[in-house]
Design a protein around this ligand. Structure first.
Ligand code: PSV
Ligand code: MN
Length: 424
């Protein structure tokens, strides 16, 4: 199914007046409204190929119908999202869940729909049918060199697919670790992973980046070989200038100060990108901003401050991706909510009065510092997000339009009620 700009414009029609009033009012209060709209228009968030169907838990999965079962359909779904919000023009592919049989054809298919390929993701956390060696006891950390080589080869193959598709980065997430004390020699595991990553790193094309993602637990519950940002940072430093840490918001123990991690990684020029989601307990993969919106704002506050300090391009210099799972919601509606939450936090962070905050910090005025941050956080910036979408030809209210145009119903008609997307 494809949506046209005309479909969207028609749906915008009856909200235009009210939006115009809200935007004018906002602009009368905030002199930088125009500059923020321009920045939002440039900001794009990549959608993961594995998040277009319903996820589930080990207790069950409840597919909602009309899920994309082929890569082309996944790209079509992302194009639908992007037509609605004009802020999600990229796909992040997971291999082997989404192997492009003919990469050149897939690349031009995506380009026709205005979709490009963001970071590639490898998978050495599951055994695939016909695979020679098992990853039961890890992949790059494995005691057996043959298993390590298989994992290295897989990652290099993922880079090759990425090259053909026009991607320029690979995210390596390893589930390597141990479930019980004594199972693993930590030093040997670390050095096996490091030498494996070095081989993958040396296969990177010159303009590519490698993102090393960390996670404290699951599927291993006693130790994880890339368990936190410190370990990821250690690998990234030892690997070289093309290696960076990737922060997945769900991969922290409760109450971790993620914004501080972000600030320090940026300072060290080692922050590569994000997997956005939200969580109540752990790697819950919930809709971005649904549980801790203030934390998301504080993260963006550090991002804007730190990126500006390094004169970085907000839109291009970090990889912005969602990594979520949708157990009870329509995945496309959920993704629209997630992208909107990201843009809201970004816009609020752009509203922070940095000079006053700096002064308040210098004077140790704790109350004023908090007031400055919270006054930005408590500002309703939705007229700015809507204006950015409108100017780019998108919907003022993407979810309303999705429902009004009966997108899910159409997808079910086209693909059937029982089609199932690949992924977790
Ligand atoms: C692992 O939990 C992870 O966050 C990694 O990014 C994987 O690639 C993805 O989720 C798989 O769903
Ligand atoms: Mn992730």
């Amino acid at each position: 199914m494809r949506l046209t700009t005309t479909d969207i414009l028609e749906c915008n029609e009856d909200q235009l007046k009210q939006h115009g009033r809200a935007f004018d009012f906002f602009s009368s209060l905030h002199l930088n409204a125009e500059a923020i709209v321009e920045k939002i228009m440039l900001f794009q968030v990549a959608i993961p190929s594995w998040a277009l169907g319903n996820g589930g838990t080990r207790f069950g999965r409840f597919p909602g119908g009309g899920e994309p079962s082929r890569l082309e359909q996944k790209i079509e779904d992302i194009a639908l999202l992007n037509t609605l919000n004009r802020s999600s023009n990229a796909i992040s592919l997971h291999i082997p869940w989404d192997i492009p049989e003919r990469p050149d054809e897939i690349k031009s298919f995506a380009a026709e729909l205005g979709i490009r390929f963001d970071a590639m993701n490898s998978n050495t956390f599951q055994d695939q049918p016909g695979q020679e060696f098992s990853y039961k006891y890890g992949s790059l950390q494995h005691t057996d060199k043959a298993v390590r080589n298989q994992a290295i080869e897989h990652n290099i193959e993922v880079i090759r697919y990425g090259q053909e598709l026009g991607s320029d980065s690979i995210t390596v997430w390893l589930s390597d670790g141990s479930c019980f004390p004594g199972q693993l020699n930590f030093r040997k595991a670390f050095s096996n992973v490091l030498s494996g990553l070095k081989e993958i790193y040396s296969a990177l094309p010159p303009d590519w980046k490698m993102f090393v993602e960390y996670k404290p637990y699951e599927p291993n519950f006693y130790s994880t070989t890339v368990g936190d940002w410190g370990q990821s940072f250690l690998y990234a430093n030892k690997l070289g200038p093309k290696a960076y840490t990737l922060v997945d918001l769900g991969h922290h123990l409760p109450n971790t100060n993620i914004e501080q991690i972000v600030s320090l990684l940026l300072m060290e020029r080692k922050l590569g990108g994000f997997h956005f989601n939200d969580s109540k307990y752990g790697d819950d993969d919930l809709t971005v901003g649904s549980i801790k919106p203030y934390q998301l704002f504080l993260i963006f506050n550090e991002l804007v401050e730190g990126m500006d300090a390094q004169k970085m391009d907000h839109a291009k210099d970090l990889a912005w991706m969602i990594d979520a799972s949708h157990n009870v919601k329509d995945p496309l509606e959920d993704l629209l909510q997630s992208v909107e939450a990201i843009l809201i936090s970004y816009a609020q962070a752009l509203l922070v009065d940095r000079r006053s905050l700096d002064e308040a910090q210098q004077e140790n005025d704790v109350v004023r510092s908090q007031e400055i941050l919270q006054s930005a956080f408590r500002t309703d910036v939705r007229p700015l997000i809507a204006e950015a979408s409108l100017r780019a030809g998108g919907a003022l209210k993407p979810i309303d339009v999705f429902r009004k145009l009966k997108v899910r119903e159409q997808l079910i008609k086209e693909r059937g009620r029982v089609s199932v997307a690949s992924g977790l």
